[in-house]
Write a protein that binds this ligand. Structure first.
Ligand code: FMN
Ligand SMILES: CCCCCCC(=O)C(=O)O
Length: 342
C-alpha cells in the first residue's frame, strides 16, 4: 500500500467508525420462544389501543391535505391509535371530535391571553378529549430559517376565530414568527402547571422534557405523563437525540408516571428500542404528515400499519410475543458496548 492508499484507507475506517458510533444500540434477540401469536396491544392512560403508537401533535394539517385533521383522526380511529390534536390545528377541536370515535388528546401552548388557552382547554374537555398535552419547549419559536426564507404565512386558524387575529403583518421574513411572538407566553413556569390543573380535570402530559431534573419537576408538579421530545429538532440546535436521554428520564420518574418519546421514530425497530429503554409508547410526527400529504386518511392508515407490521416482525424475531415481554435486556446501547470493550 502506498502513502495515498493508506490515507484513503484511514479516512474510510474513520468514517465507518463514526457511522458505527452514530447507530444507536443493537438488539439482543432471544430465541426458542413461542412467537406464533404476537400482540401489539397495550394501554395508554388506561385506554386500550392496538399498538404503543400515538400520532404526535403537528400543526396545520390542511397544508398537507384539504381534509386536514379530520382525515388524520379517521385514520387514528381505523387503526385504534391515539391522536394528539395540535393547538394549531386547522379543523376545529369540535370538528375533529365529531368526525369519528378516535381517542383524542389535545395539545396546547399557553398564550399570553390565558383566557384563550382556558377556553380551548374547556372546549376540548367538553368535546371528549381524554388528556391535555402541554408542550413546554416553545417559550419562543426557534429560528426556522426555511420559514424566514420562504416568508411563511400563518394561515387563519378556525379554533381562534373571534378570539385572536392570526393575520399578523410582518415585513421581515416569517409572519409565523411574528404570530408566535404575539401569542406565546414566554413567562410560563412550573408554578403555572397548578393553574392548568385548576382549570381542567383531564390528566396533563408534559411534552418537551430532555433532562432528569425536569422529569422530576414534572412529576412533582402533578403531570400524568412525560413526553421526551426535542420538538423534532425544530427549536434548539444541539439538543440530544431523544433516544439517548430517554433512559435518564425513565430512571428519574421511577415508574410514577408513564414516559413517552418522539423524534425520528421511522421504523418498527425504532419503536422496539424505545420500549426496551422504558418508553410506554412513541409519538409519530413527520411520517404521519407525509402519509396525509400523499393519500389523506388512507396515507395515514398506511403509515400506521407499516409501523405496526414492522414492530410485529421485530417482536417475533426478538422473542417477544407481547409488549410486556420487551425488556431492557433486549437492547445494548453504544455506551454499554464501549464500556464492555474497555
Ligand atoms: C410540521 C410540524 C409541525 C409540528 N407542530 C407541532 C405542534 O403544533 N405542537 C407540538 O407540540 N409539536 C409540534 N411538532 C413537533 C412534533 O409533535 C414532534 O415532537 C416532532 O415532530 C418529532 O417527531 P418526528 O421526528 O416523528 O417528526 C411539529 C412538528 C412538525 C414536523
Ligand atoms: C403559536 C405559534 C407556535 C406554533 C408552533 C407550532 C409548532 O409546534 C411547530 O411548528 O413546530
Amino acid at each position: 500500500m502506498n502513502a495515498g492508499q493508506m490515507k484513503s484507507a484511514a479516512t474510510i475506517s474513520c468514517c465507518l467508525l463514526i457511522l458505527y458510533a452514530c447507530i444507536f444500540g443493537r438488539f439482543r434477540p432471544r430465541v426458542l420462544i413461542d412467537v406464533s401469536k404476537i400482540s401489539l396491544s397495550t394501554t395508554i392512560l388506561g385506554y386500550n389501543v392496538s399498538a404503543p403508537i400515538m400520532i404526535a401533535p403537528t400543526s396545520m394539517h390542511k397544508l398537507a391535505h384539504p381534509e386536514g385533521e379530520v382525515a388524520t383522526a379517521r385514520a387514528a380511529a381505523a387503526c385504534n391509535v391515539i391522536m394528539i390534536v395540535s393547538y394549531s390545528s386547522m379543523c376545529t377541536v369540535e370538528e375533529v371530535a365529531s368526525s369519528c370515535d378516535a381517542i383524542r388528546f389535545f395539545q396546547i401552548y399557553v398564550y399570553k391571553r390565558r383566557d384563550i388557552t382556558a377556553q380551548l382547554v374547556r372546549r376540548a374537555e367538553r368535546s371528549g378529549y381524554k388528556a391535555i398535552v402541554l408542550t413546554v419547549d416553545v417559550p419562543r419559536l426557534g429560528k426556522r430559517e426555511a420559514d424566514i426564507k420562504n416568508k411563511m404565512i400563518q394561515p387563519q386558524l378556525k379554533n381562534f376565530e373571534g378570539l385572536l387575529p392570526t393575520q399578523v403583518v410582518s415585513d421581515e421574513g416569517s409572519n409565523f414568527k411574528a404570530y408566535a411572538d404575539l401569542t406565546l407566553d414566554a413567562s410560563l413556569s412550573w408554578k403555572d402547571i397548578g393553574w392548568l390543573r385548576s382549570i381542567t380535570k383531564l390528566p396533563i402530559l408534559i411534552k418537551g422534557v430532555l433532562t432528569h431534573e425536569d422529569a422530576i419537576k414534572a412529576v412533582e408538579a402533578g403531570a400524568a405523563g412525560i413526553v421526551v421530545s426535542n420538538h423534532g429538532a425544530r427549536q434548539l440546535d444541539y439538543t440530544p437525540a431523544t433516544i439517548s436521554v430517554l433512559e435518564e428520564v425513565v430512571h428519574a420518574v421511577k415508574g410514577k408516571v408513564p414516559v413517552f418519546v418522539d423524534g425520528g421514530v421511522r421504523r418498527g425497530t425504532d419503536i422496539f428500542k424505545a420500549l426496551a429503554l422504558g418508553a410506554q409508547a412513541v409519538l409519530i410526527g413527520r411520517p404521519v404528515v407525509y402519509g396525509l400529504a400523499a393519500k389523506g386518511e388512507t396515507g395515514v392508515r398506511r403509515v400506521t400499519e407499516m409501523l405496526k407490521d414492522e414492530l410485529e416482525l421485530t417482536m417475533a424475531l426478538s422473542g417477544c410475543p407481547t409488549i410486556k415481554d420487551i425488556t431492557r435486556g433486549h437492547v445494548i446501547t453504544d455506551r454499554e458496548r464501549l464500556q464492555s470493550s474497555l
